[in-house]
Each structure stands twice: as structure tokens, then as C-alpha cells.
Design a protein around this ligand. Structure first.
Ligand code: ADP
Ligand code: MG
Length: 342
């Protein structure tokens, strides 16, 4: 009773601070914000007010005149651009708060599991400066597993593979804790870069990161499918400098992304090798769950199933799992806060 009044007045927040997208939920209101983790600033004025953040800033990537830069502060880890990360977090938190809350919110932020202590401090400080009363951190794979509905508190092993833009994480969770985890800096972005490289090498065509991402989403796949259709791709001819259009097939895209895909498979295999035998047998029984936007690559579940021999499932709405996990944690924050990082 008291806590429900408290929740209504304080509007606690859960945040998925991703390398590609930031999602924010408010207790009792659900997901209120889902925008690219991008900040546009005037060059040399990075510390000042940003020009644009989120959706508006993403549309500027690759289109900015010399004096404006649009960047993804989380792309190379929090610390690489901590001022910009702080600016972005503060902007999103303010945007998600319609009215000034009567009681300042408690905030749970999901961060990649490999973050350093300094990076944790940056995120905590940023949320406190943006008006949080208390700030807690949770490892992204843990939040993903909770959001995907895995039985993390039970004495059974669950394996979650979260594939984002800049990082992919594999974790085995049992009894509410991470037993083994592995994080590599290969995920969706690397696939985009590989597609752009492939097009450059095979067609002397220069395409930007956004076009490459569109190709991946439209015709990208991890295994061959039925009725595969080619796609027209527009870019700039490297020789003539003029606009040119080519046709790219799904098979070519699979070849293009084969390296990042095998890095991802390597991380999954590595984690399985490090998993204690009792938990491995649980995973074989319950399967592997894929979360994160990058997991939506067509046929990825099939590839993971084929290569590991373990049934693999794509979570429901994979890109929402982490923020949903933070929402669930907020629900029981009083009980769970002792387990979270601060
Ligand atoms: P992060 O947690 O790092 O912010 P997300 O979980 O939001 O990342 O996932 C972003 C990645 O998901 C991007 O690389 C994006 O291209 C990729 N992605 C989104 N939708 C699809 C899709 N349908 N097919 C393949 N990749 C996708
Ligand atoms: Mg993520």
C-alpha cells in the first residue's frame, strides 16, 4: 500500500543503456522511450548543450557538415566518451519525465557486464545528476534473462545470448547470479561494417553504415531460406565518384557477415565449454535464449541450434528484453537492491 503510493509519486525508472539504442521504462507506465544512443554536437563544443539526441541525432549520422558530429557515445564503451554518455542519459531521463516528480525516482540501469568500476561510476553519477534519488546497476545479460522470462532464481542453469549493436554477451545464470559470462565487441555493427566492406571489395561501391544496416535487416540471414530475393543497393562508385546501384543477393550478404557470425558462434561455444557440467545438462534441456536487436537476424536460432546441438529460441520482442528486465527489478527493488551494483 505504502509502496504503491510511493511508486506513484516517485516514478522509478529502468534504463537499457545500449550501444545502439536506449530504452527507458517508468514504473506503472511501461516503456516510454526507445531511441538510438546517438548525440550530435558542434565540434569542439562536446561539453556544451548537444545539438540533438536520439532519433533526431541518428538521422544526422553520415550527413553532417564539417562542424557538426553525430556520435554514439556507448559504441566503444562508456568511458571512451563519458561526458557525452552523461549528456545523453540526462537528456533521455528528463525527456521521459513528464512532470517534475514529487519524490525523485530510483533508477536501475542495465550496463554491459564487462564495464569497469570507473565506467560504473560514470553511469551512476550521470543518473544521480539527472535527478535520481538512488541509482543501481544491473548486468545487461541478467536483465535480458529476467526480461525474457527465464527462471533465473531457480537452481537450474539458463543460458542467454544478447546480441546488440556494439557488443554481444553470453551468460549462464543460476540461482539469481551469473555463473559464467563472456562479452565480445562483435555484434550488429560489425555485420554492417562487413557488408559495407564486401560491397566495396566486390563492386567498388561505397555504401554508408545506415545503408549496410538496411541491407542486413532486409535480406540478411544466418542460414539459407526459401524464396530469397536480391535487393537493390545504392551507393557511390569508388572509381567514378558517381551514384550507382547494384543488386545484392542474400547469399552474398551471408558470405559478407560470415566472420562476425563465426566470432559470435565462437563466444557461445567458449561459454558452453566453461559451464559446469550440471548446468550444461540444464541448458541442453531448456535450450539457449537469444535476446537483443542483433538476434533478429533471420535464421540465427537455426544456426545456433545446428552448431551447438542445443535447441535455441528467439525471445519474444528480443530488443525489449533488457528494459523489461529492469522493470521487473524495479517491481521488487526493495528485496533485490542488496544484490545489485551501485
Ligand atoms: P544495443 O543493446 O547494443 O543498444 P540493440 O539490442 O538495440 O543494441 O540491437 C541493435 C542491433 O540490432 C543493431 O545492430 C541493429 O542493426 C540490429 N537489428 C535490429 N533489427 C534487426 C533485424 N531485423 N535483423 C538483424 N539485425 C537487426
Ligand atoms: Mg542491449
Amino acid at each position: 500500500m505504502l509502496s504503491s503510493i510511493h511508486n506513484r509519486l516517485s516514478r522509478d525508472m529502468g534504463i537499457d543503456l545500449g550501444t545502439a539504442n536506449t530504452l527507458l521504462c517508468v514504473r506503472g507506465r511501461g516503456i516510454v522511450l526507445d531511441e538510438p544512443s546517438v548525440v550530435a554536437t558542434r565540434r569542439g563544443e562536446e561539453e556544451n548543450e548537444p545539438l540533438a539526441v536520439g532519433n533526431e541525432a541518428k538521422s544526422m549520422i553520415g550527413r553532417t557538415p564539417g562542424n557538426i558530429s553525430a556520435m554514439r557515445p556507448m559504441k566503444d564503451g562508456v568511458i571512451a566518451h563519458f561526458d557525452t554518455t552523461q549528456t545523453m542519459l540526462k537528456y533521455f531521463m528528463n525527456k521521459a519525465t513528464r512532470r517534475r516528480p514529487i519524490i525523485r525516482p530510483r533508477v536501475v540501469v542495465a550496463v554491459p557486464s564487462g564495464v569497469t568500476d570507473v565506467e560504473k561510476r560514470v553511469v551512476t553519477d550521470a543518473s544521480l545528476r539527472a535527478g535520481a534519488r538512488e541509482s543501481y546497476l544491473i548486468e545487461e545479460p541478467m536483465a535480458a534473462a529476467i526480461g525474457a522470462g527465464l527462471p533465473i532464481h531457480e537452481p537450474t542453469g539458463s543460458m542467454v545470448v544478447d546480441i546488440g549493436g556494439g557488443t554481444m554477451e553470453v551468460a549462464v545464470i543460476s540461482l539469481g547470479g551469473i555463473v559464467t559470462h563472456q562479452s565480445i565487441r562483435v555484434a550488429g555493427d560489425e555485420m554492417d561494417e562487413s557488408i559495407a566492406d564486401y560491397v566495396k571489395r566486390h563492386y567498388s561501391l561505397y555504401i554508408g553504415a545506415r545503408t549496410a544496416e538496411e541491407v542486413k535487416m532486409e535480406i540478411g540471414s544466418a542460414v539459407p531460406g526459401d524464396n530469397e530475393e536480391a535487393m537493390e543497393v545504392r551507393g557511390r562508385d569508388l572509381v567514378s565518384g558517381l551514384p550507382k546501384t547494384i543488386r545484392l543477393t542474400p547469399e552474398e550478404v551471408r558470405e559478407a557477415i560470415s566472420e562476425p557470425l563465426s566470432a559470435i558462434m565462437g563466444a557461445i561455444r567458449g561459454s558452453l565449454e566453461q559451464t559446469p557440467p550440471e548446468l550444461s545438462s540444464d541448458i541442453i534441456t531448456h535450450g539457449i535464449v537469444l535476446t537483443g536487436g542483433g538476434a533478429m537476424l533471420r535464421g540465427l536460432e537455426e544456426l545456433v541450434t545446428d552448431e551447438t546441438g542445443i535447441p535455441t529460441y528467439l525471445a519474444d520482442e528480443p530488443s525489449l528484453c533488457v528494459v523489461r528486465g529492469t522493470d521487473r527489478v524495479l517491481e521488487e527493488l526493495d528485496v533485490l537492491k542488496g544484490m545489485l551494483m551501485t
